[in-house]
Design a protein around this ligand. Structure first.
Ligand code: NDP
Length: 408
């Protein structure tokens, strides 16, 4: 049915590649391209399908991307590299007539700030080119938006209160590790919190607001209010929303480490000058510029290596309150994902799995012609039903609770 190019070869890309390779009726040609080609080759070896092609590309370079896209001519690019590459990949897609999908919105390297404006600015150009761009198609953002669209379509006349709740109750037996790219993850968590209420965005200190929430099959976990990108599009697409918030669980040990990292200055994203010996002349020192957070990433455990010893589950869902037929109702839709099951299937832990599977489903929706409309869209702008059906088939089954206590 279609040709897909996966960019990136990290945890999320590894899962997406496994799932794409499992759905050969839809994905007839597959290429994985990343900065380090050896990592793409390792994924192909793990999947065991020598027909999957690999290539080296620096996705910061529009020129290199244009060359790769012109040579391979994919129908859609799945951008599973880092948020820094979103704009260059979108630009290259426009120049070569290729459709686009990603899982995280653009962030400039020098400011820890994410918002959709940079990518929404491409809307008219994608429309004119007749190309589809699907933004934020992981779990959150991604399934969180699809769940909301499904709730709006089937269970509510008016969504009024939306709380996205994200719990990782897994244990990887490391003192401190992040579940996806450490640099992106720590930038996100150390930012100020933000939520939407009565038409306004309200700011909090980082992790200032928290409360215990009870997760299915897990129990109560302290959950912290963070700003998360899907809130920005959801409040625009569902204007009846009075309040929208995002909550994520953290263990006490994780927070203590994070505090120390921040107090030591290791989460800084500005450049510092550091004097180090030259690799090939150790008696000679040179001054180099390093970004402390990037250095920290180099010494922290690689999220891709956590899978083997990861136990427990993630539980991510939407808790919604609103009106149906003039009456108030509550609705909770969620998925629990086992780290061990994810590892058995793909060699990666649950957080990569819950992101890579929806990315594959999004590309599948596009290739099947179900999510195809020129422009730049968030997932809730498409029909949620076929996506929800695939979630059940592709390893992320969902469950619903009607009129329960949302705790929020
Ligand atoms: P990783 O760091 O494991 O992987 C990123 C990959 O991108 C690496 O293979 C890296 O190459 C490659 N890469 C980085 N820069 C470039 C470049 N300039 N050119 C080509 N390739 C490049 O990250 P994850 O797999 O954990 O995360 C991938 C994405 O998924 C991120 O954007 C993250 O924010 C997003 N995400 C979304 C979630 C959601 O639910 N929506 C949840 C979790 C993550 P190399 O191997 O050489 O370093």
């Amino acid at each position: 049915m279609g040709k897909v190019l996966i960019i990136g070869a990290g945890g999320v890309a590894t899962v997406a590649a496994h799932k794409v390779a499992q759905n050969t009726d839809v994905f007839t040609d597959i290429m994985i391209a990343s900065r380090t080609k050896a990592k793409c080759d390792a994924i192909v070896k793990a999947i065991g399908n020598p027909n999957i092609k690999t290539a080296k590309v620096d996705a910061d370079s529009v020129e290199e991307l244009v060359k790769l896209l012109s040579d391979y001519k994919p129908d859609i690019v799945m951008n599973l590299a880092l948020p820094y590459q979103d704009l260059t990949i979108m630009e290259a897609c426009l120049q070569t007539g290729v459709n686009y999908l990603d899982t995280a919105n653009y962030e400039p390297r020098d400011v820890a700030h994410f918002e959709y404006s940079w990518q929404w600015a491409f809307k008219e150009r994608f429309e004119k080119a007749g190309l589809t761009a699907i933004l934020g198609c992981g779990f959150d953002p991604g399934v969180s938006g699809v769940y909301t669209a499904y709730a709006a379509k089937h269970h509510f006349d008016e969504i009024q209160y939306l709380d996205i709740v994200d719990c990782n109750a897994g244990n990887h037996h490391k003192a401190f590790a992040t579940n996806f790219n450490p640099e992106i993850n720590i930038r996100e968590i150390t930012q100020k919190g933000q939520y939407y209420e009565n038409g306004e965005w309200l700011e909090t200190e980082p992790l200032e607001i928290h409360k215990p929430l009870t997760y299915p099959n897990i129990g109560p976990r302290e959950s912290y209010l963070l700003h998360h990108e899907e809130l920005e599009s959801l409040v625009l697409n569902y204007p009846t929303i009075k309040r929208a918030r995002f909550w994520m669980t953290f263990g006490q040990q994780y927070l203590t480490y994070l505090d120390v990292i921040q107090n030591l200055g290791m989460s800084r994203i500005d450049e510092i000058t550091y004097e180090a010996p030259l690799a090939d002349q150790p008696d000679k020192n040179v001054k180099v510029k390093i970004v402390p957070l990037q250095f920290l990433k180099a010494v922290l455990p690689n999220p891709q290596d956590l899978g083997a010893n990861y136990e427990g589950e993630t539980s991510i869902g939407c808790r919604i309150r609103g009106l149906k037929d003039g009456k108030e109702r509550t609705y909770y839709v969620y998925n629990n994902c086992s780290h061990q099951e994810a590892y058995k299937e793909t060699g990666m832990q649950g957080v990569s799995y819950t992101t890579g599977v929806p990315a594959m489903i999004g590309a599948m929706m596009f290739l099947k012609g179900l999510w195809k409309k020129p422009g730049v869209w968030n997932v809730e702008n498409f029909d949620p039903d076929p996506f929800m059906e695939q979630l059940n088939k592709q390893g992320l089954p969902w469950h619903e609770v009607f009129d329960g206590d949302l705790e929020l």
